[in-house]
Design a protein around this ligand. Structure first.
Ligand SMILES: Cc1ncc(COP(=O)(O)O)c(C=O)c1O
Length: 412
């Protein structure tokens, strides 16, 4: 480890949080927290305790469990997303929440059947929006800088747009959009705005209330460390809640749910965006992970994300640029999330495989040419950043990838 990485780690006010995570003895250098975050020690304990509670309480446990979607939502929303209490729920997947909120928004904006998004947005977002039966208007943002307010204003210019749906941090490049300017541009054109915060929650500061954001969704298994398949969150601005109706009319969103046998009438408030039975074991893990980030404080977490990625860019310039790799992430630390995209024209996939199989580093690959290195601030040291970049340079310098199969695997 260089003196500089050691010095940055010594001065890191969040260094103590690494002890909150499970690290396998002799395990690989894990830089894929942008896909699936590490396991927090307290999530393992919390899930264990809940399993015990399940064994004893059985169905009586629901008297407590039933409030978890709103209770954990009120931890994530106000602490991590700049939302007010009563505006955030934890339930379902990002995909399903997107369907519920985008469907509700379009139904409320009758006559405006166009949805705007960008061609580089995450696939599930584009698929869901297309599947709503709306007219999808796709624009092409700058591939590194991501969507801009000018892009959105131009796409909304015809005056027929009901919803603008974008990712706050782009999944491939890591570019951080300007939510204040883009939300204003969409509102000026008479449209609602929905942000996908999957790569932002727990990584950067989000100010939903301050920016007057209408709707948002996001996942909890990346920077909130809640584990594979953990439930997602959704946010609906308070003054919109009564106007919107979820297209999934499930019994958990019903007024007086246990009165049964009556016609559907959505409950008041954010609870109307619930659908079916919430996954309680997953909710316990979301609570544990979100608590950790809240304890560290999202401003400190976001500051460390900027410092880690800045150090990563420094190491990129020193070691990877001379080997022909390109930086696919904005250089301005205020314009990116917590991961970096390293691009390699022909061989990104094989380099990624060689890192995993031959160099003890776990990143991920996003077609066609990107290797992503994610640096979740609470679980990553500056030494990790330096060593992972060093091992990538070593793979390329020694050609350790050159005899590997160029065909991508099922999960990349
Ligand atoms: C930006 C973004 N949106 C949506 C999803 C997928 O959400 P789901 O949990 O429904 O699979 C991901 C998954 O990585 C994502 O990165």
């Amino acid at each position: 480890m260089s003196g500089r990485a050691a010095e940055l780690d010594r001065d890191d006010p969040l260094a103590r949080f690494r002890a909150e995570f499970v690290f396998e003895e002799g395990g690989p250098l894990y830089v894929d927290g942008n896909s699936l975050g590490r396991l927090p020690v307290r999530a393992r304990e919390r899930i264990g305790a809940l399993v015990d509670e399940w064994g004893v309480e059985l169905v009586r446990g629901w008297n407590r469990w039933i409030d978890l979607p709103t209770a954990v939502g009120d931890l994530i929303g106000p602490e991590l997303l700049g939302a007010r209490p009563g505006e955030t729920l934890v339930c379902d997947s990002v995909t399903v929440n997107l369907y519920k909120l985008a469907g509700a928004a379009l139904a409320a904006r009758r006559g405006r059947r166009v949805v705007v998004t960008d061609r580089t947005n995450f696939p599930t977002d584009r698929y869901v929006l297309e599947g709503l039966g709306a007219e999808l208007r796709l624009f092409d943002p700058d591939p590194v800088a991501g969507p801009s307010a000018e892009d959105v204003a131009a796409a909304c210019a015809p005056g027929d747009v009901g919803l603008v749906a974008l990712s706050h941090v782009a999944y491939r490049s890591g570019a951080l959009a300007d939510p204040a300017a883009i939300t204003t541009a969409a509102h000026d054109a008479g449209s609602l705005v929905l942000w996908d915060l999957s790569h932002s929650a727990g990584a950067v500061e989000v100010r939903l209330a301050e920016h007057d954001v209408d709707l948002a969704v996001g996942c909890t298994y990346k920077y909130l460390f809640a584990g594979p398949g953990a439930p997602a969150f959704l946010y609906v601005r308070r003054d919109l809640q009564e106007e919107l109706r979820s297209p999934i009319q499930g019994w958990f969103g019903q007024h007086e749910q246990f009165a049964m046998e009556r016609d559907y009438e959505p409950t008041a408030g954010i609870g109307r965006f619930l659908a079916g039975t919430p996954p309680i074991l997953g909710l316990a893990a979301v609570e544990a992970g979100a608590e950790l980030v809240a304890e560290a404080g999202i401003s400190a977490v976001a500051a460390k994300a900027r410092a880690l990625t800045s150090f990563g860019v420094e190491r990129f310039d020193a070691r990877l640029a001379p080997l022909g790799l390109q930086l696919g992430t904005p250089r301005d630390p205020g314009r990116r999330g917590a991961h970096l995209a390293f691009r390699h024209g022909e061989d990104a996939w094989r380099i990624c495989r060689a890192l995993i199989e031959r160099a003890g580093v776990v990143p991920d690959f996003r077609a066609p040419d990107t290797i992503r290195f994610g640096f979740p601030p609470l679980a990553t040291s500056f030494a990790d950043v330096e060593e992972s970049v060093e091992r990538l340079a070593d793979v390329v310098e020694r050609g350790l990838h050159l005899d590997l199969d160029p065909r991508p695997a099922r999960v990349t």
